[in-house]
Design a protein around this ligand. Sequence first.
Ligand code: R5P
Length: 299
Amino acid sequence: MENAIVFYLSANKKLATDVARKLSLPLGEVELERFKDGEIMARNLSNVKGKDVIIIQSTDCPAQDKIFEILILADSLKNSEAKSITLVVPYFGYSRQDRIARSGEPITAKVVASLFQTADISRLITVDLHTQQIQGFFKCPVINIDTFELFGNYFVKYFEEHNIKQEDVVVVAPDHGSALRARDLGSMFKNASIAFIDKRRPAPNTSEVINVVGDVKGKSCLIVDDIIDTCGTINNAYDALIEKGAKEVFVCASHAVFSNGTLKDEIKHVVVTDSIQKDIKGVKVVSTADLIAKAIANR
Ligand code: R5P
């Protein structure tokens, strides 16, 4: 890519720097400030005239601020005559409210998509969107990067190093929403099987296991989810799997929100991506920089 420049704001300095390095692109300079009343100012200080600009920013907590930083910087870049804006949102905040589940509820994923459209972005790149249909809320092209190969390759090596046979592995979806994720990840192992957990949410931030579908007795279970937030889904899945006779439990999840709570110490190994810049004790991070760089370059 030529004549392009990569910007980061408050969320993903390390990831943006890694992506820029992989693409041999310069990093843009931004003055990111707060006025006394809390309003955000994001002022472009680089020459972007006629250039393709890439903004990399996840919209994790506080999502509102991070969304606004993007909108404000995009305006500044347009005022500086940028040719196009590619918006990379590795973790797309507000994506879990993607449909009306109970009457009167908003569809926040659509609200955020509409806001990004007002910034006149040319395309959106994201990682493991909560649901694929969120792509339909955008008028511009949306590239949704899948991480199952990243996790699959990681765990193929890990299982080999720890003498765990691939045929003894069961990939577990901790709820209905992760069923396809489990199938994709399962395809990375020889003769591994799949199991599903029937999860209900009686109230926001509370999850309940109804049943485990599939044989996990004596197996090494690898749970795959898109988000770890309060840790309830994974911890409940762990309990249910152990109760059904699982030998051990491993976890991989794309987005390390970790807003509250901790994962059970008994879980053997936990792997997340760097979509959210956060250090969590005992949690291994694998980088999406390569996948994002390829998605940006493949125009
Ligand atoms: C739910 O639909 C998501 O895929 C995750 O399972 C959920 O967001 C995890 O949240 P928590 O860690 O709070 O249970």
